[in-house]
Design a protein around this ligand. Structure first.
Ligand code: TXA
Ligand code: MG
Length: 338
């Protein structure tokens, strides 16, 4: 395994090495603005198969294909309607994935035999430079073994991926939550996975937007986005999520569950109200950006403390809070107390 430090960008020699690795059907770990990706040449079945193996990912869960520009989207998809054009113009590059009808050039193992493909154009210089230099669409799911929290820095994930030959270190992921996944269904942009780009952001562009069924019904809803039916983001320890509008109620609920071995993941302002000395901060209670940035590393850190229980403080389901609660509800395997 080789690690390239890319904090000051990638030079041509390094880009050439990355290109050769991908052309040899090998996999790489690379940064994006959302979370780290584990990627392969999207046009190589051999490469893509290695991603599924390294992640222990179910083969019926499709991968996102990363591109560097509009021309590369056209190489991967059959057609783009007017609403989809508006969404691309507004949100790409950015933390946004659009499901579009795929061309045959994309192997069916990438899309789990679906006739659509998720397209994303990362807004991260390192990711952009790799895709543009290689002139190659890169299939990449989040860099974490299936069911584990997504990787937002190299230190967190390096042990999970000892067999990956090349890792590009770009420091901590800026956003920390995966992209918003959207499919236009019967003319309506439909959110299959909430993220930094919110329903309100999309309505501002297209005048309409809905949540997919599975966002409201995370357990039994029809799995429009196949990944949503799996256990996800889960620490090894039993985990509960607690949220109540009434701060006093919420704090006493949290305190009622705490034992000597319990870790609490919560907000700075509440630390001295919570009766544990095993406290991990997500940041300030009203700073949703900071909270999303810290979520996945906090979950991993909590697990390493060998707790009997992890308690997570929730946020109001509003704006970016919807994506945050979506991940936390899954991390707690739906043990949500309010
Ligand atoms: O921010 C992100 O999206 C990160 C970075 C690396 O780009 N990637 C990521 O990939 O989160 P992954 O594989 O962990 O999640 C992709 C999600 C899954 O829920 C998958 O089921 C869904 O997108 N998806 C992919 N292709 C799809 C398709 N054709 N139709 C419906 N859902 C799709
Ligand atoms: Mg993932």
């Amino acid at each position: 395994m080789k690690i390239i430090n890319a904090n000051d960008g990638l030079n041509e020699l390094e880009l050439e090495e990355i290109k050769n690795t991908l052309l040899n059907d090998e996999i790489i770990i690379f940064p994006t603005e959302t979370v780290y990706g584990i990627g392969a040449n999207a046009l190589s079945e051999t490469g893509v198969t290695k991603i599924f193996k390294a992640k222990k990912r179910a083969i019926d869960n499709p991968l996102i294909v990363h591109v560097s520009d509009y021309e590369m989207i056209l190489r991967c998809v059959k057609e783009i309607n007017e609403i989809e054009e508006q969404l691309i113009k507004a949100f790409m590059p950015g933390p946004f994935t659009l499901i579009l009808p795929k061309k045959d050039i994309i192997p069916s193992c990438v899309t789990a035999n679906l006739d659509s493909v998720g397209i994303r154009m990362p807004n991260n210089k390192i990711a952009h430079d790799i895709i543009a230099y290689c002139n190659m669409p890169i299939a990449a799911p989040s860099a974490n073994v299936s069911t584990k929290p997504s990787g937002t820095n190299i230190a967190d994930i390096i042990d999970e991926f000892s067999e990956v030959p090349l890792i590009i270190d770009g420091d901590e992921s800026l956003i920390g939550l995966e992209s918003t996944v959207v499919k236009v269904i019967d003319g309506i942009p439909t959110i299959l996975r909430p993220g930094k780009i919110t329903k309100e952001d999309i309505i501002a562009v297209t005048n309409k937007c809905e949540y997919g069924k599975n966002i409201n019904d995370l357990v039994t809803g029809v799995a429009l986005s196949p990944g949503l039916k799996y256990k996800h983001y889960a620490p090894n320890a039993k985990t509960i999520l607690i949220y109540n509008d009434d701060l006093n109620k919420m704090i006493s609920l949290i305190n009622s569950y705490i034992t000597i071995d319990t870790v609490v993941i919560g907000f700075d302002e509440h630390q001295n109200l919570i009766t544990t000395n095993k406290f991990i901060s997500l940041g300030k209670a009203n700073n949703l950006e900071e909270i999303s940035h810290n979520i996945f590393s906090a979950l991993r850190k909590a697990d390493k403390m060998n707790p009997d229980l992890i308690i997570i403080e929730g946020v109001e389901k509003n704006g970016l809070g919807i994506a945050i609660m979506n991940r936390l509800i899954k991390a707690s395997s739906h043990n949500f107390i309010s």
